[in-house]
Design a protein around this ligand. Structure first.
Ligand SMILES: [Zn+2]
Length: 258
């Protein structure tokens, strides 16, 4: 099972007719305090079938009510999360105690997911877009936020640019190729989204506060932790071509990204 996840890149590579050997899976207790990890998987029918067997009965029922392709994204995200946590807890993924609760309506079939295991205060974050799902776990009990986006997304990106970048930065963006410009925008956006998720900052405020800048090569930087209330916003390599990903943790947190 774990090989499928370790083959995050391989899921796409397999479809393209190439192969890369899977790396060994991490297992056992989490690394020492002050650490977090982010794991990604590429959504596809084979992985979705595999993950369906890792879900709880309630999650399977939720998946059955969800229309494709969101069904596969949900199934793979929960399966990946269960696999990571199960490896750390020494539990079969299907036995990892997860519970969702909507902060708005109290509903238990949607909303942020939490780990209910005794003696742990691990914090979770999940994101999916396009073909990519990502889960983040903070093992020190600090809030964590992960966000992924796909370059295929076109709606509302024009509206986002002036909310993320000031006039000087926008002039620099305008000199980039359309692809570079879109990637830069999405990178800053995922940074702001991950910061909003981790810190609880409303997204509108997060977009303004993130302090995104771009250089002449299209590389994006954001404000340092001391300007963001101690939150460390990092872009991480996306697990699929044409996607971007960012993670926000508390400052000083070591982040494992493989
Ligand atoms: Zn709700």
């Amino acid at each position: 099972m774990t090989d499928l996840f370790r083959a995050t890149g391989d899921a796409g590579a397999a479809a393209a007719g190439t192969h890369r050997p899977a790396r060994p899976a991490p297992a056992g207790p989490p690394p020492d305090g002050g650490s977090a990890e982010v794991r990604q998987a590429v959504v596809g029918p084979a992985l979705a079938r595999h993950c369906a067997a890792l879900l709880s009965p309630a999650e399977r029922a939720r998946a059955a009510r969800t229309r494709p392709p969101a069904r596969d994204s949900f199934t793979v995200a929960r399966g990946l999360l269960r696999s990571v946590l199960g490896g750390r807890l020494g539990l079969h993924p299907a036995r990892v105690p997860l519970a969702a609760r909507c902060p708005a309506c109290g509903g238990r079939d949607h909303g942020p997911v939490r780990l209910m295991a005794d003696g742990t205060d691990w914090r979770l974050s999940v994101s999916h877009a396009g073909l990519l799902v990502a889960v983040a776990v903070d093992y020190a009990g600090h809030p964590v936020g992960v966000d992924v986006e796909t370059a295929a997304r076109t709606a509302d990106t024009r509206l986002l640019e002036p909310r993320l970048f000031g006039p000087a930065q926008r002039r620099r963006l305008a000199r980039l190729s359309p692809g570079e410009r879109r990637t830069a925008l999405l990178t800053a956006w995922t940074g702001a989204e991950s910061y909003a998720k981790a810190s609880g900052t409303p997204l509108g405020a997060a977009l303004a506060r993130i302090g995104a800048t771009v250089d002449d090569d299209g590389r994006v930087a954001v404000a340092r932790p001391d300007a963001l209330g101690g939150w460390w916003v990092r872009a991480v390599p996306a697990g699929a071509p044409g996607h971007v990903a960012s993670v926000t943790t508390r400052d000083g947190t070591r982040l494992r990204t493989d």
